[in-house]
Write a protein that binds this ligand. Structure first.
Ligand SMILES: [Zn+2]
Length: 320
């Protein structure tokens, strides 16, 4: 990474000419806060343990999960079904910041249904989640992970992402060395991966040793300087907004003006992106809409969050 080290004399000289910031080195980070990769922890079928075990364990570590609900299985009365969450629990999880999203109304294989029925399965579930939780699901997970082009087109309408690939997180398919490898590979490849889990102590593909679940979370926490743990919706929105936002640069005196532009819908893709640029031995200041943006420096790079829909950003450097 090219690094700018300006002597005082050079800094004084730079005052009379243009900015001493290399605009070619300013870009939008692939993932939030400049992390190397992203991991979404996703949990299928609205199991009771997602409320009693999973959500609290994630919250303890400062994370939020994505929970794929089939609303035909969710009741108001916990006596009716003790294996799935209630609406009250789903609402509480959403209030705590978890993503409660669409896994179809009653979990059929959508590729084996007539289009009209498949669409009904998707829409009924959207409506139920919106009615009880007040948030329209912007992501989708196919029952049995089974999809074709037609089903994807149907499910993706008005949405920002669908889980089309997953790694097993739990049960017989995922011994700890397999789980570690998923994370190591994601870091090396700079990719976004989504883990899939059902029950912890019971149900489909539950853990033989449930303590493996928290052991994996602890491992993931230890990798957090490289890994962004975000909900499926957050990472889908970030990656699409990062790819769909272009930056143009101009100099104004010693300041660099960055103009982000995007054609994306702010309703779907609103949220902050991370900008990165080389860290120097000077203090970097960034502003958008007359507000100071917090700049942090790590491993030779400076990072700050900005709003891709928020207009021009001013970056300048001052001697420390
Ligand atoms: Zn399922």
């Amino acid at each position: 990474m090219k690094k700018f080290i300006l002597s005082t004399a050079a800094a004084v000289m730079a005052m009379s000419c243009a900015s001493d910031i290399d605009m070619n080195e300013i870009k939008i980070s692939s993932y939030k806060d400049g992390k190397d990769c992203a991991v979404s922890l996703t949990f299928d079928d609205g199991m009771k343990e997602h409320y009693t075990i999973v959500a609290p364990e994630l919250e303890k570590r400062g994370w939020r999960g994505t929970f794929w609900l089939c609303c035909a299985w969710i009741h108001d009365d916990p006596q009716i079904d003790t294996t799935h969450i209630t609406w009250q629990e789903a609402v509480e999880m959403a209030r705590n910041g978890h993503e409660m999203s669409n896994h179809s109304w009653s979990h059929p294989n959508l590729t084996q249904l007539p289009a009209e029925e498949a669409l009904k399965e998707i829409r009924l579930n959207d409506e139920a989640i919106e009615k009880h939780i007040g948030i329209k699901p912007l992501t989708f997970c196919f029952p049995y992970n089974s999809y074709n082009d037609e089903a994807v087109a149907m499910a993706m309408e008005g949405r920002i992402g669908a889980r089309l690939k997953e790694f097993w997180l739990g049960g017989q398919h995922s011994p700890m060395d397999y789980l570690h490898k998923q994370i190591e590979d994601a870091i090396a490849a700079g990719s976004w991966i989504a883990g899939m889990t059902h029950g912890i102590n019971y149900g489909y593909d539950c853990y033989e040793d449930p303590s493996e679940f928290t052991a994996f979370l602890d491992y993931l926490k230890s990798m957090e300087d490289k890994v962004w743990v975000g909900t499926f919706r957050e990472v889908a929105a970030y990656t699409k907004a990062a790819a769909g936002t272009s930056l143009s640069f101009k100099e104004r005196g010693r300041k660099v003006i960055i103009e982000p532009s995007t054609d994306l819908d702010p309703e779907l893709y609103g949220g902050l992106l991370t900008m990165e640029m080389p860290c120097t031995d000077m203090e970097i200041q960034a502003q958008q809409d007359k507000k100071d943006l917090a700049v942090t420096c790590k491993d030779g790079k400076a990072y700050f969050s900005f709003d891709p829909f928020g207009g021009e950003i001013t970056v300048s450097q001052q001697p420390l």
